[in-house]
Design a protein around this ligand. Structure first.
Ligand code: ASP
Length: 611
């Protein structure tokens, strides 16, 4: 037996007990004849007490950091206790020990506050994983995994594996491809998600499927994305949208309870995509706080009042607003008290290139009811009061107003809202607010390709009363400028996203399950019949053999873990992650392969970096 207890287990009640521990040497502190060693394992740290009389061997075999040690001794009450760790009342008076393995000096300290930079820690990830901070995240991930499995199992879901070597059918992201040796010149692709397989499982009658599964997308890595990531992937047959929403808000609530001890009793709020975009400026609103956006264009006809002739209509007011495509405002609590310096700083903030606004107008709605504004030269007081009321401002608030091109201004006010929410402490880490965003558009227009693309994916069904519009209209449009007027722009999908504290944690849809509609969908996306058959013939075929109505959802498992762990970075919750350029720093992958392998695959390389 290597050990009688773990390094996190012993307490004062064990005093006098003879024990054997095994673990890693975290620190060695020598005071004359006495040496203290902190021994660490997955479960904690226990202090070992050596003294020259008992352990003369220590001089001959000095201990170093990260040595693997087995030590036997008696649990003793400590003279100087450490209330910060659970084992801090005791130490082990060592009678014998054995070095099980030595260690080179680690490249960074294996402690909560390490001196190792990101790259170094990625390269020696197996050492970084020994650190408590990382270990806590890996433990949390496992807790989320277990809770997920418990819940889904209790609801009759079956975990069914689906293949990783599949056919390349890129739609959206790029596929990772794998050359086939046995079929020279042909390639598999790694799945971007098990989407079509889970739908086929519904056709096969496995009406509740799930998997905690790797997905692969060869995207340029935006901040905090990984080329391989994990989804909780689910599908159900004989369901409508309501069934799915109920089932999966149940899952998330169960996970909150099991992992964080949080009882989420409230009903999960719902919002249409349209409302989310108008009231919060994005499709994943953080509803832990208010500050909803007021659209001053629709409320007051501010902005956008240029006639086709270029002449301002009713242009006696403020030119900047009049000429803007849109004018949006938020009311910030307490802002009436802000100093000039503070409003100047915020003006600079919105002018930064990342936000890209030309300026910031405001109305201070003072506690005494008076108004002070940067635009009072242009608008009479009743107009300013009207604007403040539209932004739901209360005495003491400041109304911040941005004007400009619609998309950019909406994004800017959304960023501003989140920034102020953060600064004012309204985005509390330990508060969880769930929100379903519903009624997404089915299509988006890809101007560069001059065609419609599926906003979610091509298997998502339109809302039942929009099916006619889809069938009866020709998707092909001549001019990109016209796309907003095309009937397809207004078709809504039977799709839903689950948003947690401003992060999309899951998304899915009710699927198309009839061959004709699926064919129509592919055609709408600009696929020829041959192309559709080549890529998705198997699915179209399956839909001819009794496909049941079905729908599903997938959760970003890494992201869910990160949020529950109070972190912004999914990488911290993945045992062996890649860096921002998609490299595994530890393995040094991707890497070249040798000529023999290339020859077997019948692949000849172009010179990537000619010398
Ligand atoms: N497969 C989809 C995705 O990865 C999710 C779903 O529709 O179930 O986004």
């Amino acid at each position: 037996m290597f050990r009688s207890h773990t390094c996190g287990e012993l307490r004062i009640e064990h005093a006098g007990t003879q024990v054997t521990l095994a673990g890693w040497v975290q620190t060695v502190r020598k005071f004359g004849a006495i040496t203290f060693v902190d021994l660490r394992d997955r479960y904690g740290i226990t202090q070992l007490y050596f003294n020259e009389d008992l352990n003369p061997q220590l001089d001959a075999e000095p201990l170093g950091r990260e040595f693997v040690l087995q030590a036997t001794g008696t649990v003793t009450e400590r003279t100087s206790k450490n209330a910060n760790i659970p084992t801090g009342m005791i130490e082990i008076t060592i009678s014998s020990f054995k070095i099980l393995n030595k260690s080179a000096v680690p490249p960074f300290t294996i402690q909560d506050d390490t001196d190792g930079g990101d790259d170094l820690r990625m390269k020696y990830r197996y050492l970084d994983l020994r650190r408590n901070a990382v270990k806590k995240n890996i433990e949390l991930r496992y807790a989320v995994n277990r809770a997920t499995r418990d819940y889904l199992h209790s609801q009759g879901f079956m975990d069914i594996e689906t293949p990783f070597l599949i056919k390349s059918t890129p739609e959206g992201a790029r596929d990772f491809v794998v050359p086939s040796r046995m079929n020279a010149g042909q390639f598999y692709a790694l799945p971007q998600s098990p989407q079509t397989f889970k739908q086929l499982l519904m056709v096969s009658g496995y009406d509740r499927y799930y998997q905690i599964v790797k997905c692969f997308r060869d995207e340029d890595l935006r901040a905090d994305r990984q080329p391989e990531f994990t989804q909780i992937d689910c599908e159900m047959a004989f369901v409508e949208q309501e069934d799915i929403l109920a089932m999966f808000e149940g899952l998330v609530k169960y996970v909150f309870q099991a992992v964080k001890g949080v009882a989420y009793a409230d009903t999960v709020q719902r919002m249409t995509w349209e409302d989310a975009m108008w009231n919060y400026g994005n499709d994943k609103p953080d509803i832990r706080f208010g500050m909803a956006i007021a659209n001053l264009k629709s409320a007051f006809n501010l902005g956008g009042r240029i006639q086709a002739t270029g002449e301002l209509v009713n242009g006696a007011d403020f030119k900047v607003f009049d000429e803007a495509e849109t004018v949006l405002a938020i009311a910030v609590p307490g802002g009436a008290e802000w100093s000039r310096k503070q409003t100047d700083e915020l003006t600079e903030w919105v002018k930064r290139p990342q936000v890209g606004m030309k300026g910031l107008a405001f109305i201070k709605y003072n506690a005494d009811g008076t108004l002070k504004s940067t635009i009072d030269k242009f608008y009479a007081e009743d107009r300013l009061r009207g604007i403040a009321a539209a932004a739901r401002a209360k005495p003491g608030d400041i109304v911040l107003i941005l004007a400009g091109a619609e998309e950019r201004t909406r994004k800017a006010i959304s960023d501003l809202r989140l920034e102020l929410g953060e600064r004012l402490g309204m985005r509390k880490k330990d508060e969880y607010r769930l929100l379903w965003v519903l009624d997404f558009p089915l299509f988006e227009y890809a101007e560069d390709e001059n065609r419609w693309v599926a906003r979610h994916h091509p298997f998502t069904s339109p809302k039942p009363d929009h099916i006619e519009t889809m069938i009866n209209n020709d998707p092909f449009i001549m001019s990109a400028a016209d796309y907003l007027r095309h009937p397809y722009a207004n078709i809504k999908a039977n799709a839903y996203d689950l948003v947690l504290n401003g992060n999309e944690i899951g998304g899915g849809s009710i699927r198309i399950y009839q061959r004709e509609l699926q064919e129509k969908m592919f055609a709408a996306l600009g696929m020829t019949e041959e192309e559709a058959l080549h890529k998705f013939g198997f699915l179209l075929g399956a839909f001819e053999y009794g496909a049941p109505p079905h729908g599903g959802i997938a959760f970003g498992f890494d992201r869910l873990c990160a949020i529950l762990g109070g972190s912004e970075t999914i990488r911290d919750f993945i045992a062996f992650p890649k860096n921002n350029s998609g490299r595994d720093m530890m393995l040094d992958a991707p890497s070249t392969i040798d000529d023999k392998q290339l020859a077997e695959l019948r692949i000849r390389l172009e010179k990537v970096n000619p010398e």
